[in-house]
Design a protein around this ligand. Structure first.
Ligand SMILES: *Cc1c(COP(=O)(O)O)cnc(C)c1O
Length: 468
């Protein structure tokens, strides 16, 4: 009978494991630090399982080497990497929101690896503002006087409120005190901005008189916030941006609108309710609109501020602007994305978010059929694969009730539960993110890029196979 001490003494040293031929070979293809980390992790696990009594046999070198191989491969992987989005949620915040166009990605690549004209005017040879090119494009597309770009829309709202209403009152409807995905809650951002929130109306109804009655000598801003991720129907009333802007101007106040997504193109041609457009709000008299760069716009993460030059000029001088500053890669991607919008006949093909949202189910169906057939052929007897129709979602807090008709692959297996299948799909060479509905694993083709079809089929077959 081995005592714990005997077993512990039999654990090889890190050096000894590193000298094994298989581990040395592993070091050729993987970073040395990953292999060394893996050896330490595996040995520590063995030590702890012996000490706690979970293990009563001595360590086996062969077994250690095999475990190190597995752990090192996982440990060597970059944490942030490509996944296949088979959820059908187009603007999926957890999966990185909008994919960039090839042109935008190429622009990022170019400036990422070289010096660039970030804050340097090539005409005059003098220093200049980094956001100037993007501002010009936003002003042109949304027909506004001035624009600015910050880190994200939450930052845009913070900068806007802090600049326009620090120590003053901001009037907002109770029906618009929204939360967007956990960390953005309008009242909390307002609080951090230094503005004092004055809530008016009720959850479902707020009228123009409610705003008017609440205006005081310390009021600075009338704020409107887009519902984004929910809808309200029934006994509902709210004030249009135009009417609110007119009221603000009558009292010498600023009207600001947080549009959330802010669609630069008309989404009503999807055949569903249209998403608010910044150009329309600005035309209706709104002084400042803010919206995200990586929601329906389809660009990189950014917060866009557009509107009157007086308000935005003040925001640019606010010290917070520096804290919310965007880098050269964001600006390159944003400029290239906005340039797509200048070509109205190709923008729906060029910007991946738009192409994905507007893609017709007829285009998805043949792809689903091909992939399903490939999986069915290669997978074992235990697997059932079907195709069918379902609904995809726009996501990103946009058009929450707009279901986009889509084509899906449905998978079940007698060997693995749906939860086990989705877990195995996530652990693959290229992780696949799927969902479960009615005890079936569902892969929505809308958000799978056609160039990923092969990989999706192959990795699904691997995930459904035994072992691992
Ligand atoms: C998404 C959203 C935000 C936050 O935008 P980020 O770009 O994610 O910071 C703020 N307000 C509304 C209404 C939104 O929909």
């Amino acid at each position: 009978m081995n005592t714990k001490q005997d077993l512990l003494r039999k654990i090889p040293s890190v050096e000894h494991v590193l000298e094994q031929a298989r581990i040395r070979a592993l070091g050729e293809s993987l970073p040395r630090w990953a292999v060394a980390d893996a050896v330490r992790t595996v040995l520590a696990e063995i030590r702890s399982s012996i000490s706690s009594g979970r293990r009563s046999e001595g360590p086996d070198l062969e077994e250690i080497v095999t475990q190190v191989d597995d752990v090192a491969r996982v440990g060597a992987r970059r944490g942030i990497r490509q996944v296949i989005n088979a959820t059908g949620i187009v603007i999926h915040t957890n999966l990185g929101r909008a994919n960039l166009s090839h042109e935008a990605a190429a622009a990022v690549q170019e400036v990422a690896t070289s010096y660039c004209s970030l804050e340097f005017d090539l005409e005059t040879g003098k220093r200049t503002k980094r956001t100037r090119h993007v501002e010009k494009l936003i002003s042109r597309i949304t027909e506004c006087e001035d624009a600015f770009v910050v880190n994200n829309n939450a930052g845009a709202v913070l900068l806007g409120l802090n600049t326009l209403a620090d120590g003053k009152e901001v009037i907002v409807s109770r029906g618009e005190l929204v939360e967007i995905g956990g960390s953005f809650r309008l009242p909390e951002v307002m609080d951090k901005s230094g503005a004092r929130m004055v809530e008016i109306g009720t959850t479902n109804r707020t009228r123009l008189e409610d705003y008017e009655k609440a205006i005081s000598p310390t009021t600075a801003v009338l704020l409107k916030v887009h519902w984004s991720n929910f809808e309200m129907t029934g006994f509902v009333e709210s004030v249009s941006p135009g009417d609110l802007a007119a009221l603000a101007h009558k009292h010498g106040l600023v009207m600001m609108e947080d549009l959330g997504s802010g669609a630069l193109v008309d989404f009503s041609r999807l055949g569903v309710a249209k998403e608010a457009m910044p150009q329309e709000s600005l035309r209706d008299g709104v002084d400042v609109v803010t919206f995200s760069g990586d929601k329906l716009l389809g660009g990189p993460q950014a917060g866009i501020i557009a509107g009157c030059s007086n308000c935005i000029g003040r925001m640019k001088l606010n010290p917070l602007a520096r804290a919310l500053r965007v880098d050269k890669m964001i600006l390159a991607a944003m400029e290239e994305t906005l340039r797509h919008y200048l070509e109205t006949d190709t923008v729906f093909e060029k910007v991946p978010a738009l192409a994905t949202i507007f893609c017709k189910v007829d285009e998805l169906e043949p792809r689903a059929g091909r992939i399903a057939a490939e999986i069915a052929e290669a997978a074992g007897e235990d697997v059932t694969v079907e195709t069918g129709r379902a609904e995809s979602q726009v996501g990103g807090g946009s058009l929450p009730t707009a279901g986009l008709a889509t084509s899906v692959i449905k998978i079940t297996s007698t060997r693995y539960s749906p939860d086990e299948i989705t877990a195995r799909l996530r652990r693959g060479e290229v992780p696949i993110i799927a969902r479960i509905t009615d005890d079936k694993v569902i892969m929505d083709l809308r958000t799978v890029r056609p160039s990923e079809d092969e990989t999706l089929a192959r990795n699904t077959v691997v995930a459904l196979a035994g072992g691992g």
